[in-house]
Design a protein around this ligand. Structure first.
Ligand code: URA
Length: 210
């Protein structure tokens, strides 16, 4: 646990992640495992949600029962690989509102350029969970959080499968208030910006593209 970073060390998560890293794992298995891991990680990212109580009546008596406080959560997928984590977390929190952020890297400036942005209203009143499997350079994740903050989001949590130390540093430098939940912190980035040892291109592994 680095400051504001939680590594989900649960054996089920670690076991599934190892299978995902293996280069011969099929796209079908990769997608299924990502969905399963996202369920498990959703527990961690939602662990500190603000709670309230509601007066209810059981068949036996009245009680003040715990409920999640406030407006419905906002789940924000960074396209396209974020959708793999989104599917699983939505199964666990089906009432959440969903947004999408699309960014590509300008080949000359290497800076992220926005091509799609559609998010729920009233982000200032929602816990916002941003999902992207790979926190690599951190450039697109930081740009996505910049955009979400401009749209009003205040309580932002970032959930990924793998993080590079470079990406964590970048996110913590730009957005120290954003907590990060990951299944592993890998060694470093290679010259092409891939996480090492990593799992390759998450989008390609998920969708069977190259
Ligand atoms: N994006 C990926 O899909 N994989 C990496 O290793 C880095 C960024």
């Amino acid at each position: 646990m680095t400051n504001n970073v939680t590594v989900v060390t649960h054996p089920l998560v670690q076991h599934k992640l190892t299978i995902m890293r293996e280069k011969d794992t099929s796209s079908k298995s990769f997608r299924q495992l990502l969905r399963e891991i996202s369920h498990l990680m959703a527990y961690e990212v939602t662990r500190t949600l603000p709670m309230t109580t509601k007066r209810i009546e059981t068949p036996l008596c009245e009680m003040d029962a715990p409920m999640i406080e406030g407006k419905k959560l906002a789940l924000i997928s960074i396209l396209r690989a974020g959708n793999g984590l989104l599917d699983g977390i939505l199964e666990l929190i089906p009432a959440a509102r969903v947004g999408f952020v699309g960014l590509y890297r300008d080949p000359e400036t290497l800076q992220p350029v926005q091509y799609y942005f559609k998010v729920p209203t009233q982000l200032e009143d929602r816990v916002t969970i941003v999902v992207d499997p790979m926190l690599a350079t951190g450039n697109s994740s930081v740009a996505a959080v910049d955009l979400l903050k401009k749209s009003g989001a205040r309580d932002i949590r970032f959930m990924c499968l793998l993080a590079a130390p470079e990406g964590i540093k970048r996110m913590q430098g730009a957005h120290p208030d954003v907590s990060i939940v990951t299944a592993a912190i890998d060694s470093h980035l290679n010259d092409h910006g891939y996480i090492v040892p990593g799992l390759g291109d998450a989008g390609d592994r998920m969708f069977g593209t190259k």
